[in-house]
Write a protein that binds this ligand. Sequence first.
Ligand code: ZN
Length: 160
Amino acid sequence: MRIGVGYDVHRLTAGRPLLIGGVSVPFSKGLEGHSDADVLLHAVCDALLGAAGEGDIGIHFPDTDPRYKNENSMRLLAATVRIIRAKGLRIANLDATVFAEAPKLHPYRKEMQRNIARIIGVEPACINVKATTTEGLGHIGKGEGIAAMCVVLLTADTSA
Ligand SMILES: [Zn+2]
């Protein structure tokens, strides 16, 4: 078994859609970034790549590469899963937390879990997404950005 951790943060800015876990969340601001800036999916990708000993998202999908401009992060996750599978690994379970002062993300958790489960190809019960605030503390608490953290466990794929 192999364990991996991923962390990501993006700045909130006006005039961008807010995409978290592949869900379009209604809000006055969105996350800034080269891709669609889906902070949760980026943390998931980094956890998966870390667990597989494959570096990080910046190595595989550099933000200097025009191919990834406004890229749908669901596609980055799908590409990451192909890297994991090619190494004979499968995802046992995944747990993630999104840190946001606003908007309230609780109503979207299940949809985020379903999105991630579908792309990864596991039962939704293997995926857990949580959301929390930072009690008004720090940059996240002041609403300047949103962060996400993810832990994933990989096992050898015996079905292959
Ligand atoms: Zn990111």
